[in-house]
Design a protein around this ligand. Structure first.
Ligand SMILES: [Ca+2]
Ligand SMILES: [Ca+2]
Length: 354
């Protein structure tokens, strides 16, 4: 009898694990294949060969690229090279990506930049906020951009227990931001377990020098974050839930759910087109190919444009899609004045004229 119970329990456990595994395959969209949608005027950007996970463009057309992200278990084409920040002036006829110098005293050897965000203060000072993973830990770096010198002056490193697994950031003041945690845990094994068990413990945190707090939670995997042009709404991509959340910013900086848009892809970083407020999303059609890298069957790329997200029926357009023959693992798409930049988790980056 006891043996039967044990066998029964074992059977249930195996069935549950099988169910979780199947659910994970669905969350990864492991069986999705895409048709390529080409754009006519695109070329790969020289000097970006090992990822440009995030891109942020200033209103004057200067684009920042965070390059060279590394993570345990994540493929890298340049495993021994530290990351960096590149800049491109989109007003030029043939813009090139140049690496920005970083002020002395900042540890360049362990620089491992992930999500980025720019902020322009009332006195026109430009700040660059960077999610950093030195030695796979989690910090936020705040830099001042010095345009004449093509350099970044490091101002501050922020570490906080509420920032255990940061992915992306949106700056809303010179020392104020919202950041996503793609996991609740920072330990790699617990992270894996958290994802596997589908706990939905990922969150969004508000940080200011006076107050740090969780302002939205319950995400499967909170990833890209950005703000509407009128500063009233925060958009959060939930990668493994295939969703974009629209959250209303409250006077106390808390966020309340306004709506959720479901999509058929793993949504990574979100960029906002100035004036129109359209959301441009860098997406992974198939997460399995992204996380288990096979050069003969590489991850694909997909760029979505979402118009009128607050309306009853937002328009979702696939602007670009590629099976990995040109661009693998698109994580961000940013536009400025008819130009589109597409970055990837660990592959190259594309410059397009729309
Ligand atoms: Ca960002
Ligand atoms: Ca991201």
């Amino acid at each position: 009898m006891g043996r039967l119970v044990t066998l029964g329990l074992l059977g249930i456990a195996v069935a549950l694990l099988g169910e979780r595994l199947l659910a994970l395959r669905n969350r990864l969209k492991a069986s999705r294949e895409i048709e390529s949608i080409d754009l006519p005027n695109c070329h790969l950007i020289k000097g970006i060969e090992a990822g440009s996970e995030d891109i942020d463009i200033l209103p004057n057309g200067l684009a920042f690229f965070s390059v060279g992200l590394q993570f345990p278990g994540l493929h890298s084409f340049a495993p021994d090279k530290p990351g960096g920040i590149l800049m491109m002036d989109l007003n030029e006829d043939k813009p090139r990506a140049l690496e920005l110098r970083i002020s002395r005293g900042f540890d360049l050897a362990s620089f491992n930049p992930h999500g980025i965000s720019t902020f322009i203060d009332n006195d026109d000072t430009v700040y660059l906020f960077v999610v950093n993973h030195p030695e796979f830990k989690n910090t936020i770096e705040i830099f001042k951009f010095e345009e004449e010198e093509n350099s970044l002056l490091h101002l501050k490193t922020i570490k906080h227990e509420l920032l255990p697994s940061t992915n992306d950031i949106i700056a809303i003041g010179p020392m104020h931001f919202y950041a996503t945690n793609d996991h609740y845990f920072s330990d790699p094994f617990l992270k894996y377990l958290e994802t596997y068990l589908n706990l939905h413990w990922a969150n969004v945190v508000y940080y200011s020098p006076n107050e740090v707090k969780v302002v939205a939670e319950g995400f499967d995997s909170a990833n890209g974050i950005n703000i509407s042009p009128d500063k009233k709404y925060i958009y959060v991509a939930d990668l493994l839930a295939h969703e974009i959340h629209v959250l209303k910013k409250q006077p106390d900086m808390n966020l309340t759910q306004a709506k959720v848009l479901s999509l058929d892809t793993l949504v990574d970083n979100l960029s906002i087109e100035p004036f129109s407020g359209d959301i441009w999303a860098g997406c992974h059609p198939n997460g399995q190919k992204l996380f288990v890298y096979d050069p003969s069957n590489p991850p694909s790329s997909e760029v979505l444009r979402i118009q009128n997200i607050l309306s009853e029926k937002p328009t979702v357009t696939t602007v670009y899609a590629n099976n990995g023959s040109v661009l693998q693992g698109s994580s961000v798409a940013s536009v400025y004045n008819g130009k589109l930049l597409i970055g990837t988790l660990y592959h190259r980056a594309l410059y397009c004229e729309l």
